[in-house]
Write a protein that binds this ligand. Structure first.
Ligand code: DX5
Ligand code: ZN
Length: 225
């Protein structure tokens, strides 16, 4: 299966998100990543349900919603109902993870767990069968444009081994933070399927070109491995 580059609109122009989505559609993006931050689980504050609903109205691409919010227990399913095609909740923010994932799936979306850099993949052992994908955070969540944490690909490889041991090869791996043209191939070689990228794409002088450069680099690594 071909890896996907997933533009994060966190680094796009918030006064014109539709244009950013359109730009990525035209570049060939199948997935768009939306970062929901509550100013509590992470210091930063971004967008919520109304913006997800509105973006849903202007694109048919897969909307990937990353919830960086405290107590997502009751709200996560609302994002699926608002039009998200996949919803990520943070392991560190939840109490009844199995219940949340089941509710997201019942609403028709992929259900995923995001792990902060300090959280071991071993915590996933019991919950993995109930997930569609896992997000490895390769920066501390909250802000775009941070430096990639160097041990993150080793963590991805550990997760690949856990997934294989459990015979759950359908569970996909996503990475988020400090991903750009320079490390896309390495990410895919480690086992990543979904490469989230914000500032590398939207901060470049040619966002569409950078997206395509990353996709080419990711796909070439997928052929080799
Ligand atoms: C950070 C967000 C990311 C962010 C990544 O907390 O979860 O999705 O957009 O930004 P870059 O690609 O700039 O590291
Ligand atoms: Zn994110």
């Amino acid at each position: 299966m071909k890896p996907r580059v997933v533009p994060s609109i966190l680094s796009a122009d918030f006064a014109n998100l539709e244009a950013a989505v359109r730009l990525m559609e035209d570049a060939g993006a199948d997935w768009i990543h939306i970062d929901v931050m509550d100013g509590h689980f992470v210091p930063n504050l971004t967008v919520g349900l109304p913006v997800v609903r509105r973006i849903r109205q202007v694109t048919d691409r897969h909307l990937d919603v990353h919830l960086m919010i405290s107590n997502p227990d009751s709200m996560a399913v609302e994002y699926a109902k608002a039009g998200a095609d996949s919803v990520l909740v943070h392991f560190e923010a939840t109490t009844h993870l199995h219940e949340i994932l089941s509710a997201i799936r019942r609403a028709g979306a992929w259900a995923g767990i995001a792990l902060n850099p300090h959280t071991s993949v071993n915590v996933l052992e019991e919950i993995l069968p109930f997930c569609d994908y896992i997000l490895i955070m390769s920066v501390n969540p909250g802000f775009g444009g941070q430096e990639f944490i160097s041990t993150s690909f080793e963590k991805v490889r550990k997760l690949v081994r856990l997934i294989q041991t459990r015979g759950l090869n359908r569970v996909r791996i996503e990475i988020d933070g400090g991903i750009g043209p320079h490390n896309s191939a390495e990410a895919v070689a480690a086992g990543v399927y979904l490469l989230v990228s914000g500032s590398a794409i939207f901060g470049s002088s040619d966002p569409a070109g950078t997206f395509r450069q990353m996709r080419a680099s990711a796909e070439s690594a997928a052929v080799i491995t």
